[in-house]
Write a protein that binds this ligand. Structure first.
Ligand SMILES: Cc1ncc(C[n+]2csc(CCOP(=O)(O)OP(=O)(O)O)c2C)c(N)n1
Ligand code: SF4
Ligand SMILES: [Mg+2]
Length: 299
């Protein structure tokens, strides 16, 4: 595994961009681009990312980048792959999309491109709501979370999108976290050399949207893994494998109490002990399932 000291010094996503302090997407993008280098063509659907990187004169991405309508990114990326082939150009075509643009609005084009096994690296930074337009709930918002459209807490569970992508039988799927940046960096490095459709989703705090103090982004991301709420894993050619940062937390006795995670964030301030018990049961079931699947073929 790469160590922090081994990460390249080159910066492809620059400081002075328009993000809020503590924003997970900028920490993620900075390091993802370190793994990909200059030879990348970025496709960005409507999202905080569009706003963070684009406004002149503070444009902050140093790689070619196309902003697209919300639902179109995987279709645009499919066209981009063909255009590069015709022009005889090398490079990774990467979609960089939020959870709303991935789990919900962009899902039709995402599913189509995955089913065609297009040679695309699709990355979803998962801040668990439509943050750019006021933080309303998405298919990625977790059970009980407060959002602009769930003022008493979301009643439904988060979609398990990595497993929905697994049903497309694509060659590579992974989850990541900004708190384990070298794990994410290694996954991107691996994915960029795989031919076909790659889907990577990473946990990406939104400080205003989660009512999270700006300096707590990494702490909350670590706790998401240590509580078993956001397990890190890969599905490579159908084989499911829990990633090293998550491995210890498959065991219930090793997991940190959910209260530690919830108390950092205003979006969970209303939770009762019964709510937490209910969520704990879901976390237990999820981790039990993943422990049983570890090392096994899932498709
Ligand atoms: C078709 C369409 N509907 C709605 C919008 C307004 N809109 C722009 S960004 C956004 C939120 C995007 O949420 P997500 O994909 O999760 O990215 P985030 O803002 O959280 O980074 C919305 C609703 C739009 N641009 N186009
Ligand atoms: S609103 Fe959230 S996702 Fe958007 S730039 Fe700010 S911290 Fe990042
Ligand atoms: Mg979002």
């Amino acid at each position: 595994m790469t160590s922090i000291k081994q990460l390249p010094y080159e910066e492809y996503f620059l400081a002075g961009n328009g993000s809020c302090p503590g924003c997970g997407l900028t920490i993620g993008l900075r390091n993802v681009l370190k793994a990909l280098g200059k030879e990348v063509y970025m496709i960005v659907p409507a999202s905080c990312s569009s706003v963070v990187q684009s406004p002149f004169p503070n444009s902050s991405a140093t790689v070619p980048l196309l902003n697209t309508p919300f639902a179109a990114s995987a279709a645009v990326a499919s066209g981009m792959v063909r255009a590069l082939k015709l022009l005889n150009k090398e490079g990774v075509v990467m979609v960089w999309a939020g959870d709303g643009g991935t789990f919900d609005i962009g899902f039709a084009t995402l599913s189509g491109a995955a089913e065609r096994n297009e040679n695309i690296l699709y990355i979803c930074y998962d801040n668990e709501a439509y943050m750019n337009t006021g933080g309303h709930r998405s298919g990625a918002t977790p059970l009980a979370s407060l959002t602009g459209t769930t003022p008493t807490g979301k009643k439904e569970n988060k979609k398990n999108l990595p497993f929905i992508m697994a049903s497309h039988k694509i060659p590579y799927i992974a989850t990541g976290s900004i708190a384990f940046i070298t794990d994410l960096y290694d996954k991107i490095n691996k994915a960029k050399n795989i031919e076909g459709f790659k889907y990577i989703q990473f946990y990406s705090p939104c400080t205003p949207g989660w009512l999270l103090p700006t300096e707590k982004s990494i702490e909350v991301s670590k706790l998401a893994v240590q509580t078993g709420l956001y397990p890190l894993f890969e599905i490579e050619n159908g084989i499911f494998k829990i990633s090293p940062p998550s491995k210890p937390y498959l065991k219930k006795e090793k997991r940190k109490p959910l209260e530690e995670y919830f108390k950092l964030q205003g979006r969970y301030k209303h939770l009762t002990s019964e709510d937490i018990e209910k969520i704990e049961k879901l976390v237990d079931e999820l981790n039990e399932d993943y422990a049983n699947l570890d090392g096994k073929k899932v498709f």
